[in-house]
Write a protein that binds this ligand. Structure first.
Ligand code: PMP
Ligand code: GLN
Length: 390
């Protein structure tokens, strides 16, 4: 038998040339070495039992066929009510709210639907790993704004260098993964001025909106003056309920934008599992005490881990939100975050993420990211190993 003829044409070079994501890579290493995985961001708590019970009940007794393309009405109403209650945002659930299969689908769909080849797209570095490949695949031309430790802030000059009349869209992640910054109203108003001046859409990845600490309040970009008509807000139940595998995302945008976003969604996933949607609709209506309790418990873990890391001799940068904190290696005289993370996982059995993986160009190579959304015993076991290592 002749051997089968191999396929020889070029595959899409962008995806063919991509490496496996840093999260998957570090999680695979952690599994292989049986290390404590403080890399990929997921809690080791099973998540709220009542929300999981609602999902189980909906699987057994609810509707398991295609739900409506835009999402279950009960969930779209719950998203609208939730944002009204928590962020004082008025939205029309029928025209302005759509449910997607995670924030990742929402991001991919929005970039496909809103960008035309050649449009410039402003991105902030460090950036969440999915952004750049999706922008490039949609034909966008990235323009970077660099954020630097320890404060990771941007100013007028940095925005002026990145924005022009060719800018179509800015992708803004607030609270920011991986740097754990929560941008204040002043920073958002500065960014808004550039969006309005250059007629730019703000695609706002706000998946960490509930995971904010020390009494901070998340401000949605939609609420900033002049931004209502040009903002696409993305949220994720995975983060709100510490159920990162659930992949239920929310998109909020003005009807003119939503019409086009919905067209992308209808041909990417079309819909999202109805049972998970039903459980998220229930969860969004939970008492304030759930959301405050979640923040409080994350903050306790952040403080426990920060104190322990400092006792080990690490310099810890402030974490204002998200499941993450960052460590500055520069005071230890180290300048290769990738080498450090590999050495750390091999020699101590603790995994973290080198932050240079979140840069497309000119990476900062002196910071690493730890996920502290773990049980006390997990954090303490990691600290014990790290103390010996350092
Ligand atoms: N954006 C950011 C900034 C994230 O951190 C994550 C996941 N950690 C996502 C998007 C993806 O969210 P989802 O799992 O809902 O797709
Ligand atoms: N968002 C998660 C993190 O930042 C990872 C998600 C993923 O692995 N794609 O760790």
């Amino acid at each position: 038998m002749p051997s089968p003829k191999p396929f020889q044409k070029t595959l899409n070079p962008l995806f063919a040339g991509l490496q496996t994501s840093v999260f998957e890579t570090m999680s695979m290493r952690a599994r292989a070495l049986q290390a404590i995985n403080l890399g990929q961001g997921f809690p080791d708590d099973p998540g709220p039992e009542d929300v999981r019970a609602k999902a189980a009940e909906a699987v057994l007794t609810g509707w398991n066929q295609y739900p409506p393309m835009m999402g279950l009405p009960e969930l779209r109403q719950a998203v609208s009510a939730h944002y009204l209650k928590w962020h004082n945002l008025q939205t029309d659930w029928e025209q302005e709210v759509m449910i997607t299969s995670g924030a990742t689908e929402a991001l991919a769909g929005a970039l496909m639907a809103l960008i035309e080849p050649g449009d410039e797209v402003v991105l902030f570095q460090p950036l969440y790993d999915a952004y750049l490949p999706l922008v490039l695949r949609a034909g966008g031309v990235p323009k970077f704004v660099n954020l630097s430790p320890p404060h990771w802030q941007f100013d007028e000059a940095a925005l002026a260098a990145a924005f022009s009349d060719k800018t179509k869209l800015v992708l803004f992640n607030n609270p920011l993964n991986p740097a754990a910054v929560v941008y204040d109203k002043q920073a958002m108003e500065l960014l808004a001025r550039f969006c309005i001046r250059h007629d730019v859409i703000a695609l706002c990845d706000e998946v960490w909106e509930h995971v904010v600490f020390d009494g901070r309040q998340h401000i949605p970009m939609l609420a900033i003056e002049g931004m209502r008509e040009r903002t696409v807000k993305i949220g994720s139940a995975g983060k709100i309920f510490s159920l990162t595998g659930w992949k239920v995302g929310f998109v909020v945008a003005t009807p003119a934008l939503m019409k086009v976003l919905a067209k992308a969604h209808q041909f990417i996933t079309f819909t999202t599992p109805p049972n998970l949607q039903a459980a998220v609709a229930y969860g969004l209506g939970k008492d304030d005490s759930y959301f405050e309790g979640m923040r409080h418990s994350m903050m306790r873990s952040r403080d426990r881990f920060t104190t322990g890391l400092m006792q080990c001799g690490f310099t810890v940068l402030p974490s204002e939100g998200t499941y993450f904190l960052t460590v500055d290696l520069a005071p230890l005289g180290l300048s290769d975050d990738v080498a450090f993370c590999h050495k750390m996982i091999e020699e101590t059995g603790v995994a973290a993420i080198p932050m240079s993986a979140f840069y497309a160009q000119d990476p900062v190579k002196t910071t690493i990211r730890f996920c502290f959304a773990k049980k006390d015993e997990t954090l303490d076991a990691a600290l014990e190993k790290l103390a010996r290592f350092i």
